[in-house]
Each structure stands twice: as structure tokens, then as C-alpha cells.
Design a protein around this ligand. Structure first.
Ligand SMILES: Cc1cc2nc3c(=O)[nH]c(=O)nc-3n(C[C@H](O)[C@H](O)[C@H](O)COP(=O)(O)OP(=O)(O)OC[C@H]3O[C@@H](n4cnc5c(N)ncnc54)[C@H](O)[C@@H]3O)c2cc1C
Length: 346
């Protein structure tokens, strides 16, 4: 029997990784991607957690390393003018710009015989049999009276104290990490009350931190690479279950984990890998679509449920101004707290 083709809507990390996983099993795959490669994306560009094992199993880790991915071994937390000393990461992370990463994966997918329709938006409402939704986060204008938005820029002339610096403020947080070519990724998640005037502030400046803060000092001499600047709004961080989705979903199309964990890309890679064997079975006529979709959802929920619950708790703590002081002190003094928070959100 000839293998039935699979259509993946969305050529971000989840869609391309699934496409590669399916091509390695000989399944015909078409990926629809609305954008073009390479392009900058709002992302901390810090891959940490089990997704790195997925990349290794699919033969992609070496590809990213050869593209210049930087290994990260330490992190340090800052709140305003307070800092916790750098700590070793319980396991190493990999830092690579999305500009390079998505492009490298797209080239690999095509090399394996995948049909990539970039610059083409899928307009059908139907994500029926044989179609996988990998369209990324679902926009939500507001969450409990708050609007979330993300900003990213690459910068030069930034000296870091640790491979990943997390700067927390009452507005949100900004992460700094070195990516390929000596650039530093400056990426923040911020919140704005619904009644705040968006036009009143230059939001790009939010990435530089409050005057007087350690972030502001760190970026005092920084030169931003203007063409790398990007922004997203309408972010929803309320965890969702894959079984509750009507379509076969992977990556952020299921749900988004708070960026502070540095685990969203990992979940994109992992969910793609979890989807490969049920979808191969469907393609070979060994499983009904309904069962394949159910298996993908069950696998994702079983793998990510606990992680999402811990991440929601951590994000809540980090963004509660009265707890931010305590948190920085805790991270500074309690190796147990730091290790537990790191491990449970991965
Ligand atoms: C501020 C911020 C910081 C972050 N930092 C980190 C970090 O440091 N580490 C980490 O691991 N994660 C981080 N993340 C999360 C990470 O970026 C996402 O989890 C990851 O990109 C999810 O991959 P995805 O493939 O599911 O979605 P995406 O990468 O968003 O890809 C979805 C793709 O689908 C395409 N698409 C959408 N609709 C259509 C359509 N109708 N037709 C065709 N194509 C379509 C889009 O163009 C897009 O390319 C961060 C997120 C934010 C917002």
C-alpha cells in the first residue's frame, strides 16, 4: 500500500521537525508556511530541556551546532538593582537565532524530499483527516485584564556575567543570551493593563530596562541591530490540554508555556517527535485518523501536563512584585529551590 500524504500547516519549529521526522520514515509531507525563510522571530533563542534529545535522535542537533549554536552552562537572575550570583544550569542549553534555526530546518526538510510551500497561507478552516496544525500560538487580545506582548532584538557590545541573564521587573522580564556570530539576544515578555495607553511609551525602550536597573546598565553601550527587531502581541499563557483541541495539534498550537522556562522550543520539538509514530501508522493504513489524533494528544498531555502546571506557578511568582525580592534571595541561597524549579519546568 502506498503511504498516504500528510499536510502540516505551519513551518515553524514544530511543523518542520515533524516534517523531517515523517520524511525520515518515508511519509510524503507538504508543509504550508505563511512566511519566508530566513526571518527573525520573537524568541529568547535559548533551547533548554529534553527537546535537545529529540534534536539528537532526529540527527538535527549536529546541524544546529554546525550552524553556530552556542552552548550555555550558567545563568544569573537580577531584579532591579539586586542580583543573585551566577549558577550552573543543571543541564546545558543551546542558543541559536531563529533566523538561522528555522532556515536550517527548512533546508533539511527539503533535502529529505519534503514539499515546502513557503509564502503560502493555509486558508481552509478545515484541519481534517491527514492535516496537522502547527500554526503556533493562538492570539488572545487579553488575559484577566492584562495584555501580554513580546519584543526581541539582537545587540552588540554587551558583556554578560552568565550565559543566560534573566532580568525581572514589575513589567515583565528580559533574557539575555549569546547566539551565533557574537550577537546577544535581548528578548522580553511584558504586560500592559488594558487601560494603559500603548502609544504613550516607546516599547522598544522597554528592552533596555528601567533607568538605574542592572539591565539598563548592562545595555548602556549596546548597539541594537535594527533589522532584527520584532514584536508580538496577543500572547495567552493559560495552559490548555491537547485532547481539548478539535484538530491534531503540535507545538504552541496546543498551548504556550511561559517563556521564562526557556522550554517552548523544546516542547515544539518534543511534541513533533511524539506525533511521528501515530501519524506514520495512519499514513500506512494501520490506524484510523481519529485514533492517531487521539494518541498524539494523549502523548502530549502526558508529557507536558506537570511541566505546564509548574511553569504557571513559577511565572505567577516571578511576576508578583511583592515576591520578586524574595525570589531573587531564594535563588541566591537555595540550590534546592533553583534546581527544583528548573527540573520541574522541563
Ligand atoms: C517573548 C518570548 C520569548 C520566548 N523565548 C523562548 C526561549 O528562550 N526558549 C524557548 O524554548 N522558547 C521560547 N519562546 C517560545 C517559542 O518561541 C515557541 O514555543 C516556539 O516558537 C513554538 O514553535 P511552533 O512551531 O509551535 O510555533 P512557531 O514557531 O510560531 O511557528 C508557527 C508557524 O506557523 C505559521 N503559520 C501560522 N498560521 C499559518 C497558516 N494559516 N498557514 C501557513 N502558515 C501559518 C507561522 O508563520 C509560523 O511560522 C518564547 C516565546 C516568546 C513569546
Amino acid at each position: 500500500m502506498t503511504a498516504k500524504p500528510i499536510t502540516i500547516v505551519g513551518g515553524g519549529l514544530a511543523g518542520l521537525t515533524l516534517g523531517i521526522g515523517l520524511r525520515l520514515q518515508g511519509v510524503p509531507v507538504t508543509v504550508w508556511e505563511a512566511g519566508h525563510y530566513p526571518r527573525h522571530r520573537v524568541c529568547g533563542e535559548f533551547i533548554s530541556g529534553r527537546g535537545q534529545e529529540t534534536l539528537a535522535r532526529l540527527g538535527l542537533r549536529g546541524l544546529l551546532e554546525r550552524a553556530g549554536a552556542v552552548s550555555a552552562a550558567t545563568t544569573a537572575f537580577f531584579f532591579g538593582t539586586q542580583s543573585a550570583p551566577p549558577r550552573p544550569l543543571p543541564s546545558r542549553a543551546l542558543c541559536l537565532s531563529r533566523f538561522t534555526m528555522d532556515h536550517v530546518l527548512a533546508v533539511e526538510f527539503k533535502k529529505l524530499g519534503g514539499d515546502l510551500r513557503d509564502g503560502q497561507r493555509w486558508r481552509d478552516e478545515d484541519f481534517g483527516e491527514g492535516t496537522v496544525r502547527a500554526t503556533g500560538r493562538r492570539a488572545e487580545a487579553m488575559e484577566n485584564g492584562t495584555r501580554w506582548f513580546g519584543l526581541k532584538v539582537h545587540a552588540r557590545k554587551v558583556a554578560l556575567m552568565a550565559d543566560l541573564e534573566m532580568h525581572v521587573s514589575p513589567r515583565g522580564y528580559v533574557g539575555l543570551c549569546r547566539v551565533e556570530g557574537g550577537a546577544v539576544n535581548v528578548c522580553g515578555l511584558f504586560r500592559r493593563r488594558a487601560d494603559e495607553d500603548a502609544a504613550a511609551t516607546n516599547r522598544r525602550e522597554w528592552l533596555r530596562g528601567e533607568p538605574g536597573s542592572l539591565l539598563h546598565r548592562r545595555l548602556a553601550a549596546a548597539e541594537f541591530e535594527e533589522d532584527s527587531f520584532c514584536a508580538v502581541a496577543g500572547i495567552s499563557l493559560r495552559p490548555q490540554r491537547a485532547v481539548a483541541r478539535a484538530e491534531c495539534c503540535i507545538g504552541d498550537a496546543i498551548t504556550m508555556i511561559p517563556p521564562v522556562t526557556g522550554n517552548g522550543m523544546s516542547m515544539a520539538f518534543e511534541s513533533a517527535e511524539l506525533a511521528v509514530s501515530p501519524l506514520v501508522a495512519w499514513s500506512r493504513g494501520e490506524m484510523a485518523w481519529r485514533e492517531a489524533r487521539q494518541q498524539v494528544a494523549n502523548r502530549c498531555d502526558a508529557t507536558f501536563g506537570r511541566r505546564l502546571a509548574w511553569a504557571k506557578w513559577l511565572q505567577g511568582m516571578i511576576l508578583t512584585p511583592s515576591l520578586q525580592n524574595v525570589l531573587v534571595r531564594f535563588i541566591a541561597h537555595s540550590g534546592w529551590f533553583w534546581r527544583t524549579a528548573f527540573e520541574r519546568t522541563r
